[in-house]
Design a protein around this ligand. Sequence first.
Ligand code: 3PG
Ligand code: MG
Length: 402
Amino acid sequence: MRTVDDLEVAGRTVLVRADLNVPLQDGVITDDKRIHASLPTIRDLVGRGAKVVVLAHLGRPKGEVKQALSLRPVAERLEQLLGQPVGFPETAEGGIAGPAARAAVAAGGGGSVVLLENIRFEAAETSKDDAERAAFAEALAGLAGENGAYVGDGFGAVHRKHASVYDLPKLLPHAAGGLVVAEVAVLKRLTDDLARPYVVVLGGAKVSDKLGVIANLLDRVDRLVVGGGMAYTFLKAQGHEVGNSLLEADQLDTVRGFIDEATKRGVDLVLPVDIVAATNFAPDAPNEVVAADAIPADREGLDIGPKSRELFAAKLADARTVFWNGPMGVFEFEAFANGTRALAQALTNVDGLTVVGGGDSAAAVRQLGFSESDFGHVSTGGGASLEYLEGKTLPGLQALEA
Ligand code: 3PG
Ligand code: MG
């Protein structure tokens, strides 16, 4: 993959696809990690005299202009962090690559930065129709003029076959930005020769999001630890009552298949042995610790229990490589954050490569007071890192390699 270091950028307009999809609460950014992670490439281009135009999305507006999903708060934060003005088109009317965008780009010179409005305000960005996406990509490329270039640095979105990720790099000289290069380098270490035991910890709400990665990992890992909401489908598949806990009944057969496959391959499949079961889904819900095979019918599991915390930590103690995606419980509620906290803590004690993959788990470790430096690598990509480990071809990487 050609990197931005090898790209001639001075005097050029460089379109940079970044992933600035940050969590917002009432218009306030609650975690700006993805903005920070995008700074080095932008700064590098600015320093080398490029006119930088950043393309990014926020949420899933599905082709409609939604003020709540405007990138304006991100533009303001980017401006603060860069310490230089960031042009932001006043309106998305006439299209994301329309007159306002053209004016904003034209207003700057070498070393200037413009952030376009949420690129998903444009239906063509995410369209399944190749021609529609290609036409939008042409319009975006037009912003860069005759001598434009493209840098793909939005690692969190490289698994999306979207116009700004997949189609646009085909139209311009292109290269991978430093964030993409760094993320891929770490994930590659998890697919090549790695130090064992290799333990993968999966959590989060949905088994169905993780089917591909589980199937692929079963012939690579030494241990697979499953917690969080998805663990209940595993417990149910083993024949246990799970009460009102999250359950994907349509995945039970698949999960039974995984359990058999793990046994066949000698993979240690580790499930919770106890659960914090609550009367309902609320921060102050009455709750008690119960055995994982004895969840009362009127309760729902919201976290793993203390014995599971110990068990999971023990399974990590001698690990040499660990990948973790997905919280162990409803960490947003303090009463149900202990499982996720204990798992993060156990990870910090591992003598080897530890990778925290993905939006929720990365935000969880920060919210629980851990620092990035406690882990080997905290990825900016959730779906992207999982799909990479699934062995899928990621459209954004494929386009950069071409
Ligand atoms: C993410 O938040 O995982 C990335 O920004 C990609 O967003 P998406 O899942 O809406 O495509
Ligand atoms: Mg996501």
